[in-house]
Design a protein around this ligand. Structure first.
Ligand code: G1P
Ligand code: ZN
Length: 559
């Protein structure tokens, strides 16, 4: 098989964001765009490590994934990689890639996904790199890839390789100077499902789902990657009826929907749950790392509460009984609900910037076993990615042990720890200049010495500033520093406002405003979060001048 060198010109925009390089499909389809980035990924690996290594490759089934897999195979072969392992039909969920990298001690993983962003010809595509520990590559590596992409002059390719992704088994080629290159197509669910069997008590869950009057579950794969996984795990293994899973055939355009499991984009699941016929509902995003949990009658569990509840019920999960939980972590904007559980149970708590990559070092160093983000991400040390199916199995395990409803589990939690009311306002596709202006203005505001003690009021509520800052994180393991990770305003009563710009969008800027208040008066627990938080929301909007600067009267999405 012949290797050729193709001359190319660098692109200047291949800087990975919070979660890999995400752009419109049309951008990835530009001449040599994908090839340049793949070559840059391979160039970021020292030659002695790259030669003869194994790479795990797969994605969420979105449009352009198969073309990208072929490009990866051809460039990997030409660059001395010994083998790539790819899921059948190119499918691998993000947590499954993390699991397989770890299981096979692969050198690197390449995930083809733009997560929850829409797919299709006019949609988004993305390429994410995971390192040897199975975690998303840290900034030191993504910056290196970006640097290489700006300097690239040529790439190496075995242009004649074609791969049959439908056929499980090995396909081999002889590359120049006698070296072999293998593509191994594997069952995309097996290794992941084996891991879930180690983490959870499948026997107990099977009984729970099959006894007389067993609880009914409804899982929505949103036409993303989790379809084959929920079919195998919940239907084939745990014996839930096939009617328990919907939208479980992966589609290149996710059926034209936004594969994002939240109250806006998974509203159809909420509507079904509202009928009161199911006891647990869950939805997963395009690549399977996000989850939304609902109880009977559409009772919504906030991701922040979900993390807190799983932490307080860690004894219901065999994995945590075998390896007791050492500590927990949450992203800075995630509500402080889990902090109270950590304090009560004597666990260490870490607050990290937004993005799963910041949990990697803490997990590796065994400082934490559980972590989560408000953005529908929950996970543990079983892999190095957030994991939607894991979160659903964790909830099922809690229910199987407690034998009470999702709503009762949450209400009991509030009674014990108090309730953190929480909401997030997203303003999507804002002009970049306007978005930067808002953040700069807020940054100046919190840096003023007079800011501490400042008072803000709305309706009959008054809030006094305890402190404000632009979140700064020093990794306790490797000392790396992340600056300007979100402007936060913390009030004396523990309420918080956080402002940050999204790092995952593909067009314009997205401004996120996170609003949280803490209540310990049981009379408030059953109140609607939007009503309780309204005075704080008004303050958040006012001090950012978001309406004046962007001309937007309302956010695109409220969670
Ligand atoms: C968003 C979420 C963040 C998550 C990331 C990848 O990033 O806010 O918590 O880790 O997606 O799923 P953002 O767009 O805010 O940078
Ligand atoms: Zn995702």
């Amino acid at each position: 098989m012949e290797t050729i060198e193709v001359k190319t010109e660098p692109y200047s925009d291949q800087k990975p964001g919070s979660s890999g390089l995400r752009k419109k499909v049309t951008v990835f389809k530009q001449a040599n765009y994908t090839e340049n980035f793949i070559q840059s990924i391979l160039d970021s690996i020292p030659t002695h490590d790259r030669e003869g290594c194994e790479i795990i490759v797969g994605g969420d089934g979105r449009y352009f994934m198969k073309e990208a897999i072929l490009i990866i195979a051809r460039i990997a072969a030409a660059n001395g990689v010994a083998s790539i392992v790819v899921g059948q039909n190119g499918i691998f969920s993000t947590p499954a890639v993390s699991c397989i990298i770890r299981k096979r001690s692969a050198r690197v993983g390449i995930i083809l996904s733009a997560s929850h962003n829409p797919g299709g010809l006019d949609g988004d595509f993305g390429i994410k790199v995971n390192t040897q520990n199975g975690a998303p590559a840290p900034e030191s590596i993504t910056n290196k890839i970006f640097q290489l992409s700006k300097e690239i002059k040529s790439y190496q390719i075995c242009a004649d390789i074609t791969v049959d992704l439908t056929r499980i088994g090995k396909q081999e080629w002889s590359i120049h100077n006698g070296k072999k290159f293998t593509v191994e197509v594997v069952d995309c669910v097996q290794d992941y499902s084996d891991l879930m069997k180690e983490v959870f008590d499948f026997e107990k869950l099977r009984k729970f789902l099959t006894v007389e009057n067993a609880p009914k579950i409804l899982l929505n794969a949103m036409h993303g990657v989790t379809g084959p996984y929920i079919k195998r795990i919940f239907v084939d293994e745990l014996c839930a009826p096939e009617t328990s899973i919907i939208n479980y055939v992966p589609k290149e355009d996710f059926g034209g929907h936004h594969p994002d499991p939240n109250l806006t984009y998974a509203a159809d699941l909420v509507e079904i749950l509202k009928k009161g016929e199911h006891d647990l509902g869950a939805a997963f995003d395009g690549d399977g790392d996000r989850n939304m949990i609902l109880g009977k009658n559409g009772f919504f569990v906030t991701p922040s509460d979900s993390l807190a509840v799983i932490t307080s019920h860690m004894n219901c999960i065999p994995h945590f009984v075998k390896q007791p939980v050492s500590g927990v972590a949450r992203s800075m904007p995630t509500s402080t609900a889990v902090d109270k559980v950590a304090q009560c149970k004597g666990l260490n708590l870490y607050e990290v910037p937004t993005g799963w990559k910041f949990f990697g070092n803490l997990l590796d160093a065994n400082k934490i076993s559980l972590c989560g983000e408000e953005s529908f991400g929950t996970g543990s040390n079983h892999v190095r990615e957030k994991d939607g199916i894991w979160a659903c199995l964790a909830w099922l395990s809690v229910m199987a042990e407690r034998k009470i409803s999702v709503e009762d589990i949450i209400k009991e939690h509030w009674v014990k720890y108090g309730r953190n009311f929480y909401t997030r306002y997203d303003y999507e596709t804002v002009e970049t200049e306007a978005a930067n202006k808002i953040i700069t203005k807020l940054r100046h505001m919190v840096n003023e010495s007079s800011f501490v003690g400042a008072k803000f009021s709305s309706s009959d509520k008054m809030y006094e500033v305890k402190f404000g800052d632009d979140f700064y994180y020093e990794d306790p393991i490797d000392g790396s520093i992340a600056k300007q990770q979100g402007v936060r305003v913390v009030f004396i009563d523990g309420s918080r406002l956080v402002y940050r710009l999204s790092g995952t969008g593909s067009t314009g800027a997205t401004i996120r405003i996170y609003v949280e208040s803490y209540e310990s008066n049981p009379d408030t627990y059953s109140m609607d979060a939007q009503i309780v938080l309204n005075p704080l929301v008004q303050i958040a909007l006012e001090i950012s001048s978001i309406k004046e600067i962007t001309g937007r009267n309302a956010p695109t999405v409220i969670t």
